[in-house]
Design a protein around this ligand. Structure first.
Ligand SMILES: C[S@@+](CC[C@H](N)C(=O)[O-])C[C@H]1O[C@@H](n2cnc3c(N)ncnc32)[C@H](O)[C@@H]1O
Length: 302
């Protein structure tokens, strides 16, 4: 079992500069847009939902499958008093995120495999989280792991806490072949409109370049040892219905799409038991409530 690592500086490659790491993260962002031309729009909508839905300027947010922290840094840019815990199992992504943002207050990365039962205990949370967010990541989890992950997530979110999952949710091409074809065609048109010159790098080319950087060699070797990509395709977790059903079973109440473009969705699920709006103290600052359902979170830190 890997040790929890909450220190933003730990795990960073020895020697490389912040600029080096940010260049890699910038390249990551560009390659992610290859299949996701409206990635930035979805980030914006998701962060709007965190701000409106938690009602707090200092929310505690879990970014599950965070990669090198693209969403986390955008969230902290908008909500500088937030705390974002980025969770990922990829040593390359984590090393780059840690090296790129060593001094960003409120950002922590932790090396965790969301398929391992009990992963949430290793977060060592100070309090229940206000929201869990994720982008282009949860389709990597096979359905049984996805269901277990949502169930465990529900135990560390506060009553009324949010799950916000931005991802492509495909329609079943056997059941709706025309819709499936049109989703793809519209995405390709959008891509050509936004990026008429095309994209500088694909996912595969990015990873080939990363593998050739000596400063990343030990992280790439560890990534290969863990076989991180094993779950990337064909998990069966790409269908919206799979997520809705898994979230319902995990105890989430309201579940629906907040933002959508084609098959690119921002799925939102809300745990029951929260106040209708943010609970506000006499100082006007919002506070979350405790519940027996979420009592598994440790209260070591306040
Ligand atoms: C396509 S990347 C997206 C990263 C980031 N959310 C973004 O939007 O740039 C998917 C991420 O999910 C992570 N991931 C997949 N399965 C995981 C698991 N079982 N545990 C933790 N992270 C996982 C991968 O390592 C990868 O960094």
């Amino acid at each position: 079992m890997r040790e929890p690592d909450h220190d933003t500086a730990q795990g960073a490659p020895p020697g490389p500069s912040v600029g080096w790491a940010r260049d890699w993260v910038e390249r990551w962002d560009r390659q992610q847009e290859e299949a996701l031309p409206d990635r930035e729009d979805r980030f914006t909508a998701l962060i709007d939902a965190v701000e409106e839905g938690t009602g707090r300027q200092e929310p505690l947010v879990l970014d599950v499958g965070c990669g090198p922290g693209s969403l986390a840094v955008r969230l902290l840019d908008r909500l500088p008093r937030a705390t974002v815990i980025g969770i990922d199992a990829d040593p390359v992504a984590l090393a780059l995120g840690r090296a790129a943002y060593p001094a960003l207050a409120g950002l922590r990365f932790i090396d965790l495999d969301l398929r391992e039962p009990g992963w949430s205990r290793r977060l060592d949370l100070a309090r229940h989280a206000d929201a869990a967010v994720s982008t282009t990541a949860l389709h990597w989890l096979p359905e049984p792991h996805l269901r277990a992950m949502y169930a465990e997530l529900a135990t560390v979110l506060r009553p009324g806490g949010l799950l916000l999952n931005g991802d492509h949710f495909a329609v079943d091409a056997k059941e709706a072949p025309t819709l499936a074809r049109l989703h793809l065609a519209l995405r390709q048109r959008e891509d050509r409109r936004r990026f008429p010159q095309g994209h500088p790098e694909s996912w595969r080319a990015w990873w080939e370049a990363a593998a050739a950087d000596p400063l990343l060699a030990r992280y790439v070797a560890e990534r290969n040892r863990r076989d991180v990509e094993a779950g990337h395709h064909g998990t069966g977790s790409g269908l919206l219905a799979t997520h809705v059903e898994a979230l319902r079973a995990a105890g989430f109440a309201e579940i629906g799409t907040l933002w959508q473009r084609g098959d690119n969705h921002l799925l939102c699920a809300v745990l029951p038991g929260g106040p209708a709006g943010p609970e506000r103290g006499p100082d006007g600052v919002s506070h979350s409530r405790a519940s027996s359902k979420t009592a598994t979170v440790s209260h070591k830190i306040t």
